[in-house]
Structures are given as C-alpha cells and as structure tokens.
Design a protein around this ligand. Sequence first.
Ligand SMILES: NC(=O)c1ccc[n+]([C@@H]2O[C@H](COP(=O)([O-])OP(=O)(O)OC[C@H]3O[C@@H](n4cnc5c(N)ncnc54)[C@H](OP(=O)(O)O)[C@@H]3O)[C@@H](O)[C@H]2O)c1
Length: 267
Amino acid sequence: MKTYDIAGKAVLITGASSGIGKALSSCFAEEGARLFLGCHPSEKAALESWMKELRAHFGVLARGFPIDLAADGAPERLYRAVVKNSGRLDVLVNNAGVMAYGNFHELDLERQRRILRVNAEAYLELMHLALRDMTAAGAGRVLNVGSVSAFQPSAHHAVYGATKAFVQGLSEAVNQELRGTGVTVCTLCPSYTDTPLLKGEGFPKRLLWYSVSGLADPETIARKGVRAFKRGKPVYIPGLRNWFIHAVLQRFVPRRLAGALSRLVLK
Ligand SMILES: NC(=O)c1ccc[n+]([C@@H]2O[C@H](COP(=O)([O-])OP(=O)(O)OC[C@H]3O[C@@H](n4cnc5c(N)ncnc54)[C@H](OP(=O)(O)O)[C@@H]3O)[C@@H](O)[C@H]2O)c1
C-alpha cells in the first residue's frame, strides 16, 4: 500500500510541549518533517528545550510558536505566522486540548468556555484556513486529535466529550466533501493516555474505567497514530479493545445505557 511521504513536509502541530503532541512531534521528526510547533505561552521554555533535542537528534528544522489558542484571533495569527515561515503548510495536526473534571453545573462556566475555544473553535478555525490553501494547492493533510470520548456521552467531563464529538463529526463530514481534491482529514481517537491532561485540578487519581481501557503511554499512541495517518485511515482508534468498545459495541448499546455507564465508570 502506498503511504503518505512525510519527509520534507511542513507540519504544524499544536500543543507540542507535552503529552501526545510532544510525542507526535518526535514521530514526525523521525520521518524528516519540517516542524512548526505551537504551545501555550507558559510552555515556551519547555518547547524551546524540546526543539533543541529534536534538532540535535533528528537534524530537522523546528520552530516554535507560543500562542494562546483561547485568545481572540489566535488560530489565524498562528496559521499566518507558520505560513510566513514555511512558505506553505502540508500537514496540520490539531492537538492542543484542555479538560475540566466535575459536574457541568458545578464547574466554572468560563473554564468550560475555554475548553470549547481550544478543543473545538481553534480546531475549526485552523482547519478552515488550512483547507482553503490545501485545496487550492491540490494537496495536504489534516490530522485532528480527537478522543474515544467522541463516541458516547462523557459524564463528569461533559463539555470535553462534547467538543470531541464535534471534532469527530466535523472531520468525517469534511473528509467526504474533500473527495477528489487531493486533501484528506483524519482523526486519531485515543482512549485514556498518561499525560498532564489527566492530572489537572479535580481529576481523580484513577478512574474505574482504566481497569477496562488501561492507560496508554503517549509515545505508543503517537507512533500508532502516525502510522495510521500515513496510511490515510480517516478514523483511527488505537488498541483493538478500544476500537471494539467505541466503534462496534456502541452501535448496539442503547444511548441511554451508554450514558448511565459513563456516569458510573468515569467516576
Ligand atoms: N490524555 C488523554 O487521556 C487523551 C485521550 C484522548 C485524547 N486526548 C487528546 O490529546 C490531545 C493532547 O492532549 P494530551 O493528553 O497530550 O494533554 P497535554 O499533555 O496536557 O497536552 C495538551 C497540550 O495543549 C496545550 N494547550 C492547552 N491549552 C492551550 C492553549 N490555550 N493554547 C495553546 N496550547 C494549549 C498544552 O499546553 P499547556 O501544557 O501549557 O497547557 C499542551 O501542550 C488533546 O486534544 C486531548 O483531548 C488525550
């Protein structure tokens, strides 16, 4: 099977200072990509030191763009800055994400709006900008890092799950619209992964669900994700068990039962 050749491609990865985004940047560097890495401004120093390692280890170009994606106009500023540097963008990896754990009505509304802004609006805006240019060029790839939370209600992190469902629906529909353009949109949908995202304020040390799903390491998720991306898989859920639960079983379990289960196992 012919796979997508990443060597020399200009790749923008958001949220590349930690977790899955950092691991993805390593995989793309290994393939010889030119890296344009986004991070929250508070992580500028961490990203700088990570880029030093990437340059030393893989001999690739790596440039950092510390921009708060929740700020007004930030996705467009990031996109324009990257294109100014790279000439053109070949691959957009929407990865930056935030989460808040707790009951919807008890969590601060502003915090939940921020989740919507980073996990949904920034994805949408960056994808819109990139697809305009990619379709005009007749080539390009978008990889949206979603989650298995997209496929059923996610009690105790309802807004997070809702943003992932939004990204999933948007990506699959847009990917269909793009048929014949030379451009594709893929999603990588991991289950729980051991990153700082799950260690934020209020997040339990352990969810009951971990005994079913396990807790993946970000390097494995990134490696498998990039392999699926190169093969052009439109939707990829790492792990056979996760794929079976979220892509197959969900179709046969009544939505109400899935919701009730999520309330119990995501405690
Ligand atoms: N961990 C999981 O269990 C899991 C499962 C499925 C899907 N995912 C998805 O994987 C993606 C990466 O998450 P992760 O688990 O790797 O968590 P992570 O280590 O916390 O990484 C998230 C990245 O996004 C950045 N970010 C957050 N808010 C930002 C903002 N306003 N502007 C710019 N950058 C911002 C973070 O920067 P800071 O460090 O400065 O906040 C960080 O670099 C997310 O989309 C997440 O939903 C994670």
